[in-house]
Design a protein around this ligand. Structure first.
Ligand SMILES: Nc1nc2c(ncn2[C@@H]2O[C@H](COP(=O)(O)OP(=O)(O)O)[C@@H](O)[C@H]2O)c(=O)[nH]1
Ligand SMILES: [Mg+2]
Length: 362
């Protein structure tokens, strides 16, 4: 399954630029607020060195990486939740994504209008979060009205729902995001159904100019740390231009190194985002494919198998687990088997990041 991310931020923060840098999809980028008339969806293959090395052992098979889906959402301005600008309709777009990439303008450029004059990290972040909070207040409030009606007829689950919604609404009204609350496993299904925007994990993206890190980016890092959120610094324009000029990943890497960047924005973003979402990557070598998969950390073998085929869960027998470094060192599965280094795991086995797994079903 593809992990999905929605780019939010003020107009001209650099969302479409970063979208391009990530997906090389060529969404329209202009120094004009609201140029993203339609939300843009892009899919990027996740560069993965471990998958590359595994593929080297099976050069005749096809390499299938994991993917991320990125949605470029139009700029939110103050009042977007009330329908100002084009923001309101796009807030609906965010509802479907797993996590939010909050792009914050950390470059100064007099030629590129800022909706409030000059970049100010704390204010700019607060405006966008304020709109997300306002939207949650509205949708949760409407839901509460409906559940309250049902609750008055004595419906027990509706009464529980009202109590739950009151808890969420109190938080939002205090100006706090719902992600700041703790939830029991009992609350999870309803929370998933309501899908409040401020419950989604956030990764702050400091969009800096070609020179890299600066005071604005440092201010954003401090803010992210105060909120227990992740952050990364991206030279959006530079990376988008490189992406366009240089579609070959290896060539691009060489250019990046010239700019003192060890890894592309995509690689760094995926690493941070996977950490934020607590997902891990495992690998399979089956049929014609060498393939990477992502599952939540803590997933048991049968459920990981279900990502591939439901038979691997419903008719699970065992999982043969190889340690990637062992496989790379011995150079073949057969050698690994002879060395007794293939672990036969049962249904309680918790899949580890980097495992190479054969699922066996009845
Ligand atoms: N000077 C400078 N301009 C940038 C940078 N990143 C993006 N821009 C420009 O800012 C303008 C708005 O960017 P865009 O990605 O469309 O912003 P969006 O409204 O958030 O989607 C475009 O003209 C970009 O080329 C940067 O790092 N430095
Ligand atoms: Mg845009």
């Amino acid at each position: 399954m593809s992990r999905s991310f929605g780019l939010v931020g003020l107009p001209n923060a650099g969302k479409s630029t970063i979208f391009n840098a990530l997906t090389l999809a060529g969404a329209k980028v202009e120094a004009y607020p609201f140029c993203t008339i339609e939300p843009h969806h892009g899919v990027a293959a996740v560069p993965d060195e471990r998958l590359d090395r595994l593929h080297h052992l099976f050069p005749n098979k096809k390499k299938v990486p994991t993917t991320i889906e990125v949605v470029d959402i139009a700029g939110l301005v103050e009042g977007a939740s009330q329908g100002e600008g084009l923001g309101n309709q796009f807030l609906a777009e965010i509802r479907g994504v797993e996590a939010i990439l909050h792009v914050v303008r950390c470059f100064s450029d007099p030629d590129i209008a800022h909706p409030m004059g000059e970049p100010d990290v704390r204010r700019d972040v607060a405006v966008v979060e304020g709109e997300l909070l306002a939207k949650d207040k509205e949708t949760l409030g409407r839901r509460r009205e409906r559940s309250a009606k049902a609750a008055r007829t004595g419906d027990k689950s509706a009464q529980e729902e009202v109590a739950f919604l009151d808890r969420l609404l109190a938080t939002v009204k205090e100006g706090k995001p719902i992600r700041a609350l703790q939830f029991s496993s009992h609350d999870q299904p309803l929370l998933r159904e309501l899908a409040p925007l401020t419950a989604k994990p956030v990764l702050f993206v400091a969009n800096v100019g070609d020179d890299g890190e600066n005071d604005l980016a440092r201010a954003l890092a401090a803010l992210a740390q105060e909120n227990g959120a992740g952050w990364i610094v991206i030279r959006g324009r530079l990376e988008a231009e490189l992406g366009e000029a240089c579609p070959d990943e290896r060539e691009r890497q060489a250019f990046l190194r010239e700019y003192g960047l060890a890894e592309s924005a995509l690689v760094r973003l995926v690493a941070e985002a996977y950490r934020l979402l607590s997902v891990i990557t495992f690998y399979t070598v089956e049929g014609p494919e060498v393939r990477a998969w992502t599952v939540p950390a803590g997933t048991r073998a049968p459920d990981a198998g279900a990502a591939i085929h439901t038979d691997f869960r419903d008719r699970f027998v065992l999982a043969e687990v190889m340690h990637l470094p062992d496989l790379l060192a011995t150079g073949s599965e057969r050698a690994l088997r002879e060395a007794g280094k293939i672990h036969r795991a049962g249904r309680d086995y918790i899949v580890q990041d980097g495992d190479v797994i054969h699922f066996i079903s009845a």
